[in-house]
Design a protein around this ligand. Structure first.
Ligand code: AMP
Ligand code: ZN
Length: 464
């Protein structure tokens, strides 16, 4: 079955054919590790985790090479380290570990490669040197700048025209720039900032060059698929293309990446969830009280290119949906699955530019089939539908827990204790005794159970 992907550059769905089916390459811009990730930040890793699962199924596990970088030097990291009076490595190690733990809760598999900027300074310098030699970059006052006039296709990805951009420019332009849109490849470091030696003096790389240099060094050019959030189209990905193409004297954007995929925003009241707006929900907090699988389901409930509005109803609905599917698997627990192939309709949806809402809908059809077949005592049909459901869910990275564990799966003693604590917590809340409610929540946490609040009261299960 052919996979169709919407390509941002050509603005249409294109049949996906890798350059080499034995080595399918994919790069997604990863986190800047200076703080905890919010749910919006989780959308790209979850979406591309599904794509990687699908590609591995088609081309073989070992034939897909997936890289997601870690930006571990940046102004925000420097500022945080300075505030805390610690080296940047301490800040980045802390938040990278938190990021990976959060991703694990969402059942996002680690990428094959997680290149760090601070480990690739020689590769970055080499690509900047190549750009200077190619006449696409120039050194000025300790900086190296990309010369946008040297790349005629600049603006192709974002649909901007350089002349219009220049005409509309209102930014104050640094005196060493030839053109207001020339961007930094290398810059001098301020005192106390991390710094590396280079042919242009001690300094550090700009943001965009890290990705094109690490892609060239770790995956090789061109890669098959480049992904990220829609906010990265301009300037970040536009600049990546300019660098990756010009460093080797090419002119077609295809010399850098063959397909470009961008996910839409996660929004709150129609506004982008973002730290600068201050409307963020941290994953780290959310997964304390809600199973990561519910969050993953919620993130996959809309098509990745559409905006996804985050609200409490979405989580509630996602939990109910998972309850229903786990309920069918629970009921069919004694019947062994007779297939490990997802149904054709499911694959058709997923191969249509990752239509996850369509794919999720087919899971409900299978759970209904299981329920009907159980009632009718048709074990052959149960075995087939159960196998199809599990295989399909595996591609989406959901329904991977034991149904018993999902519904609690606790021994009688724990059950009694948790139920008692929940009743106490309800009483404390009714009395608006928040400190008491908090103490009870801590005791529930200590018992390693996850409590899920809903309109019909709280339910709970063991933390998996
Ligand atoms: P940042 O921390 O802003 O550099 O973002 C890291 C990644 O998360 C990038 O790929 C962004 O495009 C993505 N991202 C940030 N905010 C959102 C959001 N509200 N919805 C979807 N993706 C987002
Ligand atoms: Zn990038």
């Amino acid at each position: 079955m052919t996979l169709y992907l919407h390509d941002t550059l050509s603005r249409r769905k294109r049949a996906f054919t890798p350059r080499d089916p034995n080595r399918v390459t994919l790069y997604v811009c990863g986190p800047t590790v200076y703080d905890y990730a919010h749910i919006g930040n989780a959308r790209p890793p979850v979406v591309f985790d599904v794509l990687v699962r699908l590609l591995r199924r088609t081309y073989g596990t070992g034939a897909v090479l997936y890289a997601r970088n870690v930006t571990d030097v940046d102004d925000k990291i420097n500022a945080k380290a300075a505030r805390e009076g610690v080296p940047i490595g301490e800040v980045t190690a802390r938040y990278e570990a938190a990021y990976l733990a959060d991703m694990a809760q969402l059942n996002v598999a680690p990428p094959d490669l997680a290149p760090h900027v601070t480990d690739h300074i020689p590769a970055i310098i080499a690509q900047i040197e190549a750009l200077v030699v190619a006449g696409a970059a120039y050194a000025a006052e300790g900086h190296v700048l990309f010369d946008v006039a040297a790349y005629p296709a600049y603006g192709a990805l974002s649909g901007r025209n350089l002349e219009d951009m220049i005409a509309g420019a209102r930014v104050e332009v640094a005196p060493y720039k030839r053109n207001p849109h020339d961007f930094v490849l290398w810059k001098p470091s301020k005192v106390d900032e991390p710094s590396w030696d280079s042919p242009w003096g001690a300094g550090r790389p700009g943001w965009h060059i890290e990705c094109s240099a690490m892609i060239e060094a770790r995956l090789g050019l061109p890669i098959d698929i480049h992904g990220g959030g829609i906010d990265l189209v301009f300037p970040h990905h536009e600049n990546e293309i300019a660098q990756g193409v010009c460093a080797h004297g090419h002119d077609s954007p295809e010399a850098y990446a063959r397909y470009w995929m961008h996910n839409g925003f996660l929004t709150v009241d129609a506004e982008k969830m973002s730290k600068s707006i201050g409307n963020v929900l941290l994953l780290h907090d959310l997964v304390q009280s809600i199973p990561g699988e519910v969050v993953r389901w919620a993130l996959l409930s809309a098509h990745y290119r559409q905006p996804l509005d985050w609200n409490p109803g979405l989580l509630e609905q996602s939990r109910k949906n998972l309850d229903r599917l786990y309920g069918a698997l629970h009921r069919a627990a004694a019947v062994p699955a007779s297939t490990d192939e997802p149904p054709a309709e499911f694959l058709k949806a997923l191969n249509d530019d990752l239509n996850t809402p369509g794919a999720l809908a087919t899971l409900f059809a299978l759970s209904s089939e299981i329920e009907r077949a159980m009632t009718a005592g048709d074990h052959g049909m149960v075995a087939r539908a159960k196998g199809e459901l599990q295989a399909a869910a595996g591609l989406l990275g959901v329904l991977q827990s034991d149904p018993d564990a999902w519904f609690g799966g606790a021994d009688a003693e724990l059950k009694a204790e948790v139920e008692a604590l929940l009743a106490e917590r309800q009483a404390a809340r009714t009395a608006r005794d928040w400190p008491a409610a908090d103490r009870i929540r801590d005791r529930l946490n200590a018992l390693d159970v996850v409590v899920m609040d809903g309109p019909d009261g709280a339910t709970w299960r063991r933390r998996s």
